[in-house]
Ligand binder design. Structure first.
Ligand SMILES: [Fe+2]
Ligand SMILES: [Fe+2]
Length: 297
């Protein structure tokens, strides 16, 4: 269908994937999840969407155990996709990552310092900050990271800022995950308050979830590798092989919209017949809502 939308197109489009938990050499997560296949399927869906992606965002737990070979595998899988999309690649670490092998492979430097990055996507600033606390699974920033972030945010960007933080700064239902959450949400909220931050993109929870950090939306991408079964009682932490997903994040002049994209390709059918779409193309734009929206008896 060649119809253009009746709303302005987004200024920027981000494909947000999280928690790939990659295992190299065909290893299986929990004995049955093929993490490489999951990432390949997710990226195939990014490409098949036909969206003009400005940045591919991977928000941590890139590797399941910090294995250097897993980061090599990540590069092998992701780099060709980024090249075909012609987009930026934004990466940050999570609690399952290890900084030195991640920095060596993904950033080309030998260090265990966090690799916090600022990426300019045509005026949209994407800041990725590594919230992994070395030696622990909960999240947080060092004093230096807070200072660095405040300094970056001191100057607004043309289209505002998207923050990428593995540990979602929201209260999730699981008592177990609350022991592993971002440790000082109040301090982060204070840094973000009054800045040009328009959304926080996170992972770690292995579910699609939404919350707020002050007035800023927090958008959590469900896991690419596996998902937490939200249908189970909150005291339990039950992994499930499905429904894995990623988020299509569309940044508009006046809003940020996230849409969940299931990784599994199910059978589809045209919800509109070809005859209807062809007819609609002949209707003048000013008449299209009346023609298309009106109920017919
Ligand atoms: Fe994870
Ligand atoms: Fe995590």
């Amino acid at each position: 269908m060649a119809l253009t939308g009746s709303r302005p197109a987004p200024t920027h489009v981000l494909a947000h994937l999280s928690d790939t938990h990659l295992i190299a050499a065909g290893g299986l997560l929990a004995g049955h999840i093929d993490t490489e296949a999951q990432l390949r399927k997710a990226l195939a869906r990014v490409e098949s969407s036909g969206e003009r992606v400005d940045a591919l965002v991977l928000s941590g737990d890139l590797a399941d155990s910090g294995d250097p070979a897993a980061y090599e595998l990540l590069r092998d899988i992701v780099d060709p996709v980024v090249a075909r999309l012609g987009c930026a690649l934004v990466l940050t670490g999570g609690n399952h990552d290890e900084r030195r092998p991640m920095a060596r492979t993904l950033h080309g430097i030998d260090t265990d310092a966090p690799q916090d990055t600022v990426t300019d996507c045509e005026g949209l600033r994407v800041i990725a900050i590594d919230s992994a606390v070395p030696g622990y699974h909960h999240g947080g920033f060092t004093d230096d990271q807070y200072a660095w972030l405040a300094n970056e945010l001191a100057t607004p960007a043309e289209h505002g800022t998207i923050l990428v933080i593995h540990h979602a700064p929201i209260t999730y239902r699981s008592p177990v995950m609350q022991l592993l959450d971002f440790d000082d949400v109040d301090r982060l909220r204070a840094v973000v308050e009054g800045s040009d931050v328009r959304a926080v993109l996170s992972g770690h929870l292995h579910v699609t979830s939404f919350g707020t950090l002050g007035s800023v939306p927090v958008i959590v991408a469900g896991g690419v590798s596996y998902v937490d079964d939200v249908g189970a009682p909150r005291e339990l932490l039950m992994g499930v092989d499905g429904p894995q997903s990623w988020n299509l994040v569309e940044v508009h002049a006046d809003q940020v919209v996230a849409t969940v994209v299931p990784i599994e390709q199910h059978e589809t059918w045209p919800a509109l017949s070809a005859a209807v779409t062809e007819f609609m193309e002949t209707v003048p734009e000013a008449d299209r809502r009346e023609v298309f929206s009106r109920k017919r008896t």
